[in-house]
Design a protein around this ligand. Structure first.
Ligand code: AMP
Length: 425
């Protein structure tokens, strides 16, 4: 299948070629013709599958007949509204709109909270056809009458599962009240759940469903591994792994903001350049931290789930779960930051004995056990104490659960019994 087969116009095909995309990804193959034909689309597409291009390219194509270089704002009403749960994702989607829309005289803008609203108001007054926004800030603009949404033809809810998690649905409902009832609505979510289907029922009309990967799956070229370790020794183990494997670009997830700051300064003090992004940092700090990480000026970026949403880092080799997430689905979002668009990547989880239930939940979702590796000096004590002297007495393999069979319980997981977990039993 080629991009030509999808029915895109010559302008957009030129853009795709300029970006170096050789063939469409599965979500693009399924979604682009449907969106071009004007259908509502409900798509389950994990991060890194090319989902942004899957909606931006056909939207631009459908909008081309409105393109004009006219000066008057009235000639540039908002025709496409893209809602995202976080500022980072909003910026990323807006960048994609700019890149894919180069050469087409359509205006686009992005608005999100945490920054001054005045410059955004000026931008909106000039008129934009494509608006990317986080829901809260868009409501502020609606309240201040700086934006008129009465001519919106397409509404996109990107990462709708996260909007649900973050409690944005009432805001989205309010926003939808300002849009024409007849419109095209596209809903993208990493995974499908009953809540997502209910949301689709509320905002969409007869949507066509696109599901590109098996439910709740991770990329095929992702290597997953877990290391058993006590909570108190996780930072030491992480430092050890970074040094042992000469890791150059590592995205580390922590559950709390304070945990993120603490870990960042721990690693930094030990000579591993590290920065952090989380909700307590200002937008400028977050943008700066991300730029430093993308530009490889720092090796490690420590992030919380919310702050990391939408991070798009080309060929990111490592993702580390310093703690497993509360919600097993967040594991999939996190590890989706690596092994994007066909590149390979490794997801490492540091799992303490207190997290075994969370691990089981993740493994049930993945329908497979995550292979376990051990670094002997960091093994947790089976009785809750440090393990070093015990480990010295008892020979353990480098791979396998090393006797810590509670980390893998293959009999509780549907699907094939994984060899590594079985070997460790
Ligand atoms: P997304 O899932 O939208 O976050 O996209 C992940 C990455 O895949 C982005 O860096 C895109 O530039 C890239 N990408 C999107 N479509 C293609 C394609 N057809 N071929 C290669 N890379 C792509």
């Amino acid at each position: 299948m080629t991009f030509q087969d999808l029915g895109l116009s010559a302008d957009i095909l030129a853009t795709v070629a300029r970006e170096g995309y050789e063939e469409p990804t599965p979500v693009q193959v399924s979604a682009i013709p449907l969106i071009l034909a004007g259908h509502d689309v409900l798509a389950a597409a994990p991060t890194g599958t090319g989902k942004t291009a899957a909606f931006v390219l056909p939207i631009l194509d459908n909008l081309r007949h409105h393109a004009n270089a006219g000066y008057s704002p009235a000639r540039h009403p908002v025709r496409v509204l893209i809602l995202t749960p976080t500022r980072e994702l909003a910026v990323q989607v807006a960048d994609a709109v700019k890149v894919y829309g180069r050469g087409i005289p359509l205006r686009s803008a992005v608005v999100y909270g945490g920054t001054r609203i005045d410059p955004e108001i000026k931008l909106l007054w000039n008129g934009v056809e494509i608006l990317v926004a986080t829901p809260g800030r868009l409501l502020d603009h609606i309240g201040q009458r700086s934006v008129n949404l009465s001519q919106v033809e397409v509404l996109v809810l990107d990462e709708a599962d996260r909007m649900l998690d973050m409690g944005f649905v009432p805001d989205v409902r309010k926003i939808a009240g300002h849009l024409p009832a007849v419109r095209q609505t596209l809903l993208f979510s990493a995974t499908f759940s009953d809540d997502i289907r209910r949301l689709a029922g509320e905002f969409q009309t007869d949507p066509q469903t696109v599901e590109v990967a098996a439910r709740n799956s991770v990329a095929e070229n992702l290597t997953q591994v877990l290391y058993p370790v006590d909570d108190s020794r996780k930072a030491d183990l992480l430092l050890h792994l970074i040094q042992r494997d000469s890791m150059e670009q590592v995205l580390v997830f922590t559950r709390s903001k304070i945990g993120a700051s603490r870990l960042a300064s721990y690693l930094d003090r030990r000579g591993v350049s590290t920065t952090a992004i989380h909700g307590d940092r200002t937008q400028t700090e977050r943008t700066r931290a991300l730029a430093a990480f993308k530009g490889r000026f720092v090796k490690v970026l420590v992030a919380t789930d919310v702050a990391s949403r939408g991070l798009d880092i080309d060929e990111l080799p490592y993702v580390v779960n310093f703690e497993l997430p509360h919600e097993p689905q967040d594991y999939i979002h996190r590890v989706g930051r690596t092994s994007r668009a066909g590149a390979s990547g490794t997801a490492i989880s540091l799992v303490s004995p207190s997290e075994v239930d969370k691990l089981r939940a993740v493994q049930r979702l993945l329908r497979k056990a995550i292979p376990c590796e051990v670094v002997e000096e960091f093994l947790p004590d089976p009785d809750g104490e440090r393990v070093a002297p015990v480990a010295a007495r008892r020979p353990m393999s480098r791979q396998g659960t090393g006797g810590y069979s509670r980390y893998s319980s293959p009999q509780r997981i549907a699907g094939p019994r994984p060899a590594l977990a079985a070997a460790g039993r």
